[in-house]
Design a protein around this ligand. Structure first.
Ligand SMILES: CC(C)(COP(=O)(O)OP(=O)(O)OC[C@H]1O[C@@H](n2cnc3c(N)ncnc32)[C@H](O)[C@@H]1OP(=O)(O)O)[C@@H](O)C(=O)NCCC(=O)NCCS
Length: 172
């Protein structure tokens, strides 16, 4: 498998974002994630990443472990207070998980994912926008993310939320 190239993306806070949800997002309940949500988040991650350039062929067990790893601080200290999961009933339709950077002292979007049957409806924008708002309200001055080159959907989402592509990460 070819090595993946990642770019760092950055948004200076407070970010200016649209406040309205699209009609397609009506009825979704946004909640902060908790460890108890890891099984539902695992199902979401498996479904959302399948077939994308970031798909590593994980099974459900690995996807749930990835969700648990977020809370365990595998990607830096988890920041559930700045994160959001969109629920339709018991189903996690999308999630945006934020953590404190390990190599750079600022918040990072660790992952943002939307179920395949709900992509392209504004759920990703709703979730990333909500996290940006929460970080802005908390007084953070920037938020960053690492996106894989060729992941057109994630690049479009972050561009739509006014993040800037900084290219491959420079050491801080
Ligand atoms: C990336 C992802 C979260 C986007 O979620 P989404 O709910 O489908 O995105 P939205 O519907 O909110 O769209 C946001 C913007 O991106 C654009 N977009 C979404 N998918 C796109 C695609 N496949 N190609 C081009 N543009 C796309 C939309 O047109 C929209 O732009 P606009 O507001 O200017 O019209 C979703 O595709 C996903 O779960 N991908 C797999 C996981 C992943 O790769 N995550 C990112 C790395 S952590």
């Amino acid at each position: 498998m070819a090595e993946r190239v990642r770019h760092e993306w950055r948004l200076a806070l407070p970010g200016r974002l649209p406040t309205k949800r699209s009609h397609a997002c009506a009825g979704l309940k946004l909640r902060r994630p908790a460890l108890v949500d890891a099984p539902a988040l695992g199902v979401l991650l498996l479904d959302a990443y399948r077939g994308t350039v970031d798909d590593e062929g994980e099974d459900l067990k690995a996807a749930v472990a990835a969700a648990e790893g977020y809370f365990a601080g595998r990607h830096g200290r988890a920041m559930p207070e700045a994160s959001a999961v969109a629920w339709r009933g018991e189903v996690a339709v999308g999630g945006c998980l934020v953590g404190w950077g390990q190599r750079r002292a600022c918040p990072f979007v660790v992952m943002v994912a939307v179920r395949a049957d709900s992509k392209g409806l504004g759920v990703g924008r709703l979730l990333l926008g909500e996290c940006v708002r929460r970080l802005s309200r908390a007084g953070e001055i920037e938020v960053r993310a690492l996106l894989t080159e060729g992941n057109a959907a994630s690049q479009a989402l972050f561009r739509a939320c006014r993040f800037e592509d900084l290219g491959p990460p420079q050491s801080s």
